[in-house]
Design a protein around this ligand. Sequence first.
Ligand code: HEC
Ligand code: HEC
Ligand code: HEC
Length: 143
Amino acid sequence: MKTIMTQSTVLLAAVLVFTMGPVKVRAETGNVAPQEEITIKGKKPARFNHTTHLDLGLSCATCHHDADHKPRTAEDIGALADTAELKCVTYHNGDFTVPKLRKAKDVFHARCKSCHTEGYQGRKGPKKCNACHLKKKKAYEGC
Ligand code: HEC
Ligand code: HEC
Ligand code: HEC
């Protein structure tokens, strides 16, 4: 019995060593759209929910593209080594070639607000500031 236990422990350890490698690699390269709401950080943080938007039938490329403005597919995103590539302000900042797409406000309002106004397949999105922007915390909170 003891020998069997030892053997299975060794086997288990071997299996763990064998599988830990691929698991780590997957964590680095298997990026998927977050299911929970995320916060787009900036001076005026805003909420964004991938699930709501993907349920509309949008593809990743509606919002994600590379530096040459080539659309990014789910596979392209999955293979990225660094998700900072997906943060709009990593590129859309004071150095961006097109002056009118240097400010976070202009970039996000152009992409988010224009679709909410024009609609997608007949469905419009919210346009009120606080539908997207998080309300500021009251001063007494956290005291
Ligand atoms: C459909 C979503 C959406 C709506 C509606 C919206 N915004 Fe925004 N806005 C964003 C996102 C996303 C950002 C980028 C987050 C950031 O830069 O802090 C942003 C950025 C901004 C910024 C830039 C912050 C900075 O960097 O200086 C300002 C100011 C702003 N919004 C004001 C407004 C006002 C005022 C309204 C209402 C008239 C409004 N927004 C409505 C999504 C929205
Ligand atoms: C309607 C717009 C939109 C669509 C469609 C969309 N995304 Fe995103 N995604 C965003 C925004 C906005 C962010 C946050 C960017 C930022 O912070 O500057 C983001 C961030 C991400 C991140 C980084 C999350 C993090 O917290 O680091 C991943 C991964 C991602 N998206 C994957 C996907 C995949 C995969 C698809 C397609 C299946 C997809 N997205 C479709 C708008 C979108
Ligand atoms: C191509 C069209 C399109 C784009 C681009 C888009 N949206 Fe939307 N969004 C919609 C529609 C349509 C709805 C309404 C969905 C519903 O009623 O189920 C919506 C709903 C929302 C809502 C309310 C429901 C929820 O998910 O909490 C928020 C907040 C929102 N969008 C934020 C954003 C932000 C921020 C961006 C840009 C990063 C963005 N959207 C880009 C079409 C779009």
